[in-house]
Design a binder for this molecule. Structure first.
Ligand code: SF4
Length: 233
């Protein structure tokens, strides 16, 4: 994201409730704290923002030399659902945001199909800086950058994590199993469930993977409803 100001759902939710109250009267809708407690987890937005500021000029690996912008991540800093991809691509590097462009639009559609918007979840990558020509991240880069993501997860405290693609899945799970195998079960990461599915960029290249992805996100929504509770919308 262009700056370290984290977006919270609080402002959006307050605007929504104000509008609803103006239209229908405040006694016809759920009270704000009731609903907000269902939308937000126990993450720490201020600490997340401070952490972003503290690493936005990171030069711990050689990708700092070729990046245009550092890409921290975006979304609700108290998200109950967090998605982790691989690394910024060309557009993400230019804009400082993860999952923009066609892969990002597809991700928005996938989230929308199971009732989530981008603002409700938090989206980040294993690497915060773009590998040249979108090559696969190198192990040294991954191991150098991984503590940033681990700290992000600790501050956001999502209830569920989804790894998007092989690199994210293998890194978070410390596995060399192929993606098809990792997709088939619910894993644990830092005491929370972790699901694996295809990266949206891979879906653009392989449309036949859309059906298995649909099955994965159905499983995700079911797990979310079981663990977090039915969400509005
Ligand atoms: S990829 Fe990660 S470790 Fe390397 S410079 Fe960027 S933020 Fe730092």
């Amino acid at each position: 994201m262009p700056s370290c100001e984290t977006q919270t759902m609080l402002g959006q939710a307050r605007r929504y409730f104000t509008q609803m109250a103006e239209l229908f009267g405040s006694d016809l809708i759920l009270t704000e704290p009731d609903v907000l407690s269902r939308l937000n987890g126990s993450g720490d937005p201020q600490a997340l923002s401070a952490f972003c500021e503290s690493i936005r000029t990171c030069r711990k690996c050689h990708l700092a030399k070729s990046r245009t912008r550092f890409v921290f991540g975006t979304g609700n800093p108290r998200a109950r659902l967090m998605l982790v991809g691989e690394a910024p691509g060309e557009e993400e590097d230019l804009r400082g945001e993860p999952f923009v462009g066609k892969a990002g639009q597809l991700l928005d559609k996938i989230l929308g199909a199971i009732g989530f918007s981008r603002d409700e979840v938090f989206i980040a990558n294993i690497l915060k800086c773009r590998p040249p020509k979108n090559r696969d991240p190198e192990q040294e880069e991954i191991q150098t950058c991984l503590p940033h993501l681990e700290k992000q997860i600790a501050l956001i405290q999502p209830d569920i994590i989804v790894a998007l693609g092989r690199i994210a899945a293998q890194t978070l799970l410390g596995s060399t199993d192929p993606l098809t195998e990792l997709r088939s079960r619910v894993h644990r990461y830092a005491e929370r469930p972790l699901l694996v599915t295809y990266h949206p960029a891979a879906l653009l290249r392989n449309p036949e993977w859309k059906r298995p992805t649909w099955e994965d996100v159905q499983k995700l929504r079911k797990l979310y409803d079981e663990l977090v509770g039915d969400k509005p919308g």
